[in-house]
Design a protein around this ligand. Structure first.
Ligand SMILES: [Zn+2]
Length: 311
């Protein structure tokens, strides 16, 4: 939900724009308009990257975007955004990466992430339990593997010694064959346990991602809390808005419900209109996706009216 804004210089050179191609002129003009006549022209948008990993279809995603658009438009009865499938100025990207992977995994594990210190503590205690289980299973497996290797070495030495003697008598031969099959069964069970352990490790990593997100979101004292170690360090964002020389874009990385998706879309669209964060925790423009409402709060509306110069 961080806003990255790149200030665009060079507006004074607008007089020389006759040398630009038509596209470039309209680009400069739309930047000029958005800075000096905000909200006069709707911001056109289209889809950019669309990862199917979220299990949301393009049509559903467009519907959710439209719902987020209506959240801003309805209260002021003004067209602020316009879908332009082929060439929108604002690209909206749905990007599936470790953030959503972690969300999906946590859901699967029945872990609900709330934005509070209590939620952090609850998840941290689940993490501690998971890690303790993991470590004890890992050390048991290590013992098992060491035993197995010893048995295997003994077996190999025995086979080699009989082979040097020109072969084993039938009873020994049968006995060695039995040992061989029990060793291969043991190897299979070790592989299974290793896979199980790997999947536990990946669950733990998902919890670590969530914990790091909460450390960041709640401004927890990192030196006190980052003892969990991290696979993925630092920021965990649901989405962000960027405006720069390459154009304007919204990236959506993570959501755990349609409600949260619509809210994060509305939040980033708010940034695209030029809005800053507000201090009401229920607001769309609050720095975190705390609330569940799909309507502007009075703080949102005041900020909208301020940036759009609506009285
Ligand atoms: Zn934000």
């Amino acid at each position: 939900m961080k806003k990255t804004a790149v200030i665009i210089f060079g507006l004074l050179a607008i007089g020389s724009s006759v040398y630009f191609s038509k596209d470039q002129i309209s680009g400069v003009v739309s930047i000029f308009e958005s800075q000096y006549f905000p909200c006069q022209q709707p911001i056109t948008y289209s889809l950019g990257t669309f990862d199917s990993g979220f299990g949301v279809s393009k049509a559903e995603f467009l519907k959710d975007i439209n719902q987020a658009v209506q959240i801003w438009q309805t209260p002021v009865q003004k067209e602020l955004f316009k879908y332009s499938p082929d060439n929108g100025d604002l690209k909206i990207n749905l990007i599936y990466d470790y953030r959503q992977q972690a969300t999906d995994k946590l859901k699967h594990l029945g872990i609900i992430v709330g934005n509070s210190k209590a939620s952090y503590d609850a998840i941290k205690s689940q993490y501690d339990t998971m890690l303790a289980n993991y470590n004890s299973q890992k050390s048991a497996l290590e013992t098992k593997i060491a035993d197995f290797q010893q048995q295997q070495d003994t077996y190999n030495a025995e086979v080699q010694s009989w082979n040097q003697k020109g072969g084993a008598p039938e009873n020994i031969y049968n006995q060695l064959n039995q040992e061989k099959s029990s060793l291969s069964q043991e190897a299979q069970s070790i592989t299974q346990e290793q896979n199980d352990l790997n999947s536990k490790a990946s669950d733990i990593n998902a919890v670590v991602v969530a914990l790091n997100q909460l450390v960041e979101a709640l401004n927890l004292n990192v030196s006190q809390y980052n003892a969990v170690g991290s696979q993925q360090s630092g920021e965990f964002e649901e989405g962000d808005y960027q405006s720069g020389p390459d154009g304007k874009k919204i990236d959506i990385y993570q959501f755990d419900s349609q409600n949260k998706l619509i809210r994060v879309l509305a939040h980033e669209l708010g940034h695209a209109l030029g809005m800053q964060h507000v201090s009401d925790p229920q607001a769309i423009m609050y720095k975190l996706n705390y609330g569940t409402g799909e309507k502007l709060t009075s703080a949102d509306l005041a900020e909208l009216k301020y940036v759009c110069k609506i009285k």
